[in-house]
Design a protein. Structure first.
Length: 116
């Protein structure tokens, strides 16, 4: 079973840290975790710390798109931060960098959370 650490900020934003790869081997499990988090009534938004993601394949990209779609349907915010250049190029090539909310530096300080 995959463990995905997370913290809830004072502004009801769930900050999620995923490590390693997001690929066909673990995409379904990560997708379920993200769906559960975005669907939880106590979370107004979910932000994913991508700083420890080494690789992202099409299955991983699809679970992020699915989570974004769910968040939009629920009128919640879903974003990414700490995206490495090697992973960011995937978003740029697919033009999904125009769809996702991606923070380059600190993870959305207006949400009441700053990385330690």
């Amino acid at each position: 079973m995959l463990t995905i650490p997370s913290v809830l900020t004072p502004t009801k934003t769930k900050i999620v840290k995923i490590q390693g790869d997001i690929n066909a081997d673990n995409a379904a499990e990560i997708g379920q975790h993200l769906s559960d988090m975005i669907s939880a009534p106590e979370n107004s938004s979910v932000m994913v710390d991508m700083s420890q993601i080494v690789a992202l394949d099409s299955a991983g990209l699809m679970i992020l798109v699915s989570t974004l779609t769910l968040a939009q349907h629920l009128n919640k915010r879903f974003g990414l931060f700490g995206v490495s250049p090697s992973v960011r190029i995937i978003f740029e090539l697919t033009q999904l960098d125009r769809v996702f909310e991606i923070s380059q530096g600190q993870p959305f300080p207006e949400l009441g959370w700053v990385a330690a």
